[in-house]
Design a binder for this molecule. Sequence first.
Ligand code: FPP
Length: 236
Amino acid sequence: MKSHLPTHVAFIMDGNGRWAQKRGLARLKGHAAGVETVRSVCEELSKLGVEYVTFYTFSTENWKRPWEEVSGLFTLMRSYFKSELNTIIEKGLRIRFIGDRGEGTKLPADILELMNEVEAKTAHNTKLHATFAINYSGRDELLRAARKLAAEGTEITADTFETALDTHGLPDPDFIIRTSGEQRISNFLLWQIAYAELYFCDAAWPDFTATHLQAALSAYTTRQRRFGAVPATTAA
Ligand code: FPP
C-alpha cells in the first residue's frame, strides 16, 4: 500500500465527549482516552511510512467550553508533552504546533514555553512530522497571514501567502479523517485542504483503532485525485 499512501493525513478528532458521556464519565475522560489514540495513530503511521500527520487539538472556538474542560485539556497537553518528550525524541517524531501564539494569545504562558521547547528539541527529527493545531482555526490563520503581509507591505501572491501561514514548510494534507460520524470541516486548514480527500468514520476518536486507520487508508487508495485536471486516459 506504501506507494498509494497519503504523504500527509490530518485528523479532526471528534467524539471524545460523547464517548465519555455514553459511559457515564466526565467529558475529560474522553479526551484522556483520545490522547491514547493520538499515541497509537502516530505509532501506526510511523510503521506504515506516512510522513506527516496533523491533529486538530484545540480550536479557537473551544475557549467557549466550560473552563473545567478547557483547563483539563491543557493539563492533558502538559502531561503528554512533558512525560512523552523523551519517547517522542527516541521515536524520531518532529513536533510542530500551529495556531495563534502571538502577542495577546489566550494560551497559558507555561503551555507556550512547553510548545517552544518541544519544537526545539524535536527540530532535527525526520521519522514522522506530527503537527498539533492548538488555539487554531482556519479563518483565524488566514486573517493573521493577510494582516502580516499587509503590515510588511508584501505583495500578496499564492507563494507569499503560503509563506505567511502557520503551516509554512508543511505539504498540504492529502487526506482528512474525521471521526464520530459528523461530516463537516469545522474551520480546519481551510486553505490547505483545497484538494484533500475527505473521509468520515463513525467511530468516536477514543475508539479509533489501527483497523479503522487501515480501512481509511485503503479507501484513500481507491480515490482518483485530479486536482482540477482531466484524467490522462480521457485527455484529447
Ligand atoms: C473533539 O471532541 C475533541 C476536542 C475538542 C479535543 C481533542 C483533544 C484531545 C484528543 C486531547 C489531545 C491532547 C494531546 C496531548 C494530543 P468533542 O469533545 O467535541 O466530542 P463531542 O462532539 O462528542 O462532544
